[in-house]
Write a protein that binds this ligand. Sequence first.
Ligand SMILES: [Zn+2]
Length: 104
Amino acid sequence: MNSLAGKCSIYVCLAFLLIGCALPIERVHVVHVPAVDVYFVPPGHRMLEGGRVGLAWSNGTEFRIYIYGEQWADGVDAEDAILGHELLHVLNWLDGRIRNPDIQ
Ligand SMILES: [Zn+2]
């Protein structure tokens, strides 16, 4: 191995140590989710102040997701990624094996 390749592999290893890396899970993780009320709210709703587009809330027994909704002729729609992010908060609260989506 030349010295440049050796240095590069060391830097790659350091990068993995510093930033971590995602690996496939080894076992099935099941999280039982009790009822989650999802509130599709209009712009300016008090739960989405300050430019928020989604919010997960719980008092320990009730779980709610507030998300900005858009009214279409055939129903209400919302951003999949935002709904998924807020659902990950609920899953994290229920089971610490699920990562907090706000922590990289
Ligand atoms: Zn979040």
